[in-house]
Design a protein around this ligand. Structure first.
Ligand SMILES: CC(C)(COP(=O)(O)OP(=O)(O)OC[C@H]1O[C@@H](n2cnc3c(N)ncnc32)[C@H](O)[C@@H]1OP(=O)(O)O)[C@@H](O)C(=O)NCCC(=O)NCCS
Length: 345
């Protein structure tokens, strides 16, 4: 008996209403639009309003995804939430999201930095393949602004808040998650971390005074890691599917920095048009980055039934995760929405 693939049958997204432009940031730290655009490609990012919580953002994206799939929260067999910015240290965000949605199923939270959503997608697809569960929602939600030091110009320009979700169901066809790669390199964890507030350095006045409850990053080391993994992971996940990166209809890279994507495109000898990019609008939304890009690619008609996409995420850990997915007939439900703000490429 062949095991069914996990197919994407619903999708949804949410970004907070507050927008922080490069010009806004230039009034907060010593930076400017020219530097941020040239070094990152980011023009603006959405930041939580008073009304937004990790739970509320996740539920907004989840309701959209459920509606597209024609499901209600009661139909869900499992909720998987990728997140590193929980409402509380305990309980885990998935439990609060389950309650807010009105679902009764188990709810699992998975933290793997910016790779978390692809890790979650791959984890969820295993439950579908074994037949254990039929209707799973995989949510990527990040209220990352809470962990950003808005006096540190080297990090505060990069990140934004957002959420996105997909529904996975057993496929009757070839559509679904085809191959994947998950990776971890904890040896280099120090290059991207929040040093204070955990059990090694509990929250204290000293942690606050040293601003150690915020993200610290060695940008150049992370940049090198990211380019290396984007290229190798694309080769590995397509190779496992008997393809090459050039055979993919669309590549959805983690939306961290346009230069990382341009470097990989150049090394892979692929045109930038093969890569979906929305980082100019949202910055790096961490776990929400890949699903937010996937949802917009579907909504804009960049992915159609039968298309094969390859996605690669990388981030703190250091970690990386990639997957090749064939899109199914559900995508015919997408209403292409014009990209009103124009793409960078
Ligand atoms: C952070 C990043 C944009 C910095 O770009 P860079 O080209 O490596 O820049 P550098 O760190 O070498 O800094 C160059 C100069 O710009 C300055 N600079 C840093 N941030 C700046 C900002 N926002 N505005 C203006 N100048 C800035 C630095 O202080 C440095 O000045 P100096 O030469 O006088 O010391 C880049 O390293 C990067 O994107 N790394 C990967 C980060 C990432 O993707 N993280 C998330 C992974 S999930």
């Amino acid at each position: 008996m062949t095991m069914p693939r996990a197919e994407i049958t619903g999708w949804g997204k949410y970004v907070p209403g507050k927008v922080l432009t490069n010009d806004d940031l230039s009034k907060m730290v010593d930076t400017n639009d020219e530097w941020i655009t040239a070094r990152t490609g980011i023009k603006k990012r959405h930041i939580r309003t008073e009304a937004d919580t990790t739970t509320s953002m996740a539920c907004a994206a989840a309701h959209e995804a459920l509606a597209v799939a024609g499901l209600t929260p009661a139909d869900l067999d499992l909720i998987v939430v990728a997140n590193s910015s929980p409402d509380y240290l305990l309980p885990a965000p998935a439990n609060l999201i389950q309650h807010q949605l009105g679902a009764k199923c188990p709810a699992l939270t998975l933290a793997a930095g910016c790779s978390g959503w692809v890790y979650s997608l791959v984890t969820a697809s295993q439950f579908i393949q074994t037949g254990a569960y039929k209707n799973i929602i995989v949510i990527g939600v990040e209220l990352i602004s809470y962990a950003i030091d808005y006096t540190d110009r080297s990090t505060c320009v990069l990140f934004g808040d957002g959420a996105a979700a997909v529904i996975l169901q057993p496929s009757q066809t070839e559509a679904g998650v085809m191959t994947f790669e998950l990776g971890s390199d904890g040896e280099h964890a120090q290059h991207l971390m929040v040093p204070g507030g955990g059990t090694r350095k509990p929250l204290s006045q000293e942690v606050v005074d040293n601003r150690e409850m915020y993200i610290r990053m060695n940008g150049q080391e992370v940049f090198k890691f990211a380019t290396r993994k984007l290229i190798s992971c694309l080769h590995n996940i397509t190779g496992s599917a008997g393809m090459s990166p050039a055979d993919l209809d669309l590549i959805i890279p983690h939306q961290a920095n346009l230069r990382i994507i341009e470097y990989a495109a150049d090394k892979l000898q692929l045109p930038m048009s093969k890569f979906f990019i929305n980082l100019h609008k949202y910055g790096n939304t961490s776990t929400a980055s890949i699903p937010l890009a996937l949802v917009e690619a579907i909504e804009e008609g960049r992915l159609k039934p039968g298309d094969v996409t390859g996605m690669v995420a990388f981030g703190s850990g250091l970690s990386w995760a990639g997957a090749v997915i064939r899109m199914g007939e559900a995508l015919a439900k997408a209403q292409p929405q014009a990209e009103v703000e124009g793409a960078l490429v």
